[in-house]
Ligand binder design. Structure first.
Ligand code: IMP
Ligand code: MG
Length: 180
């Protein structure tokens, strides 16, 4: 049984994704040329994007990861964000760039940003591959956005449905029958 059979429509091909990532990489390399860049990947959704993006950077950087969870399950996030895995270093000397897979309601990143700001990094910005601006309820915008998309549930390139499909090398929409 191939997971490709569960995909109804491909929204971003491998090639399109590569182009978006190299454009972001060039922009970030330019903006952080004289800074002390620390990429903070949010587990698990950002791992694929993070691995590609860091290799598109022409400047040095450190990397860290955090794992968060919001109460509730399914395809919508809600409520209070808990830190499941915290950073292993003090960020006060770093220009922190948070790497996310997707900015949806913005609830997760809004709370994370507030939390990280209290630790006084040199600077704090957000880079997300996907942005669903229509869905926003929290007062937050990303500083770097790969692609804006309409309100649809997508999988692949790190994004999951029920923890599956993260290893698709493209991004697509799953068939309705898979949800049932
Ligand atoms: P937010 O707090 O509502 O912005 O939710 C962000 C998180 O929800 C992301 O890091 C994803 O884990 C998840 N998420 C939101 N939209 C999608 C989607 O279309 N596909 C897969 N995961 C999603
Ligand atoms: Mg998820």
């Amino acid at each position: 049984m191939s997971m490709h059979n569960d995909i109804e429509k491909v929204l971003f091909s491998k090639e399109q994704i590569k182009q978006i990532v190299s454009k972001l990489g060039a922009e970030i390399s330019k903006d952080y040329k004289d800074k002390n860049l620390l990429l903070v990947g949010i587990l698990k959704g950002s791992v694929v994007f993070m691995a590609d993006l860091m290799r598109e950077l022409t400047i040095p950087c450190n990397i860290e990861f955090m794992a968060l969870s919001s109460y509730g399950s399914g395809t919508r996030s809600s409520g209070v964000v808990r830190v499941l895995k915290d950073l292993s270093i003090d960020i006060k000397d770093y220009d922190v760039l948070v790497i996310e897979d997707i900015l949806d309601s913005g609830n997760t990143l809004f709370q994370l940003k507030t939390m990280l700001e209290m630790r006084n990094p040199k600077s704090l910005k957000i880079c997300t591959f996907f942005d669903k601006p229509e869905r926003r309820t929290a007062d937050i915008e990303a500083d770097y956005v790969g692609a804006e998309i309409p309100d649809a549930f997508i999988v692949g390139y790190g994004l999951d449905y029920d923890e599956k499909y993260r290893n698709l090398s493209y991004v697509g929409v799953i068939k309705p029958e898979v949800y049932m």
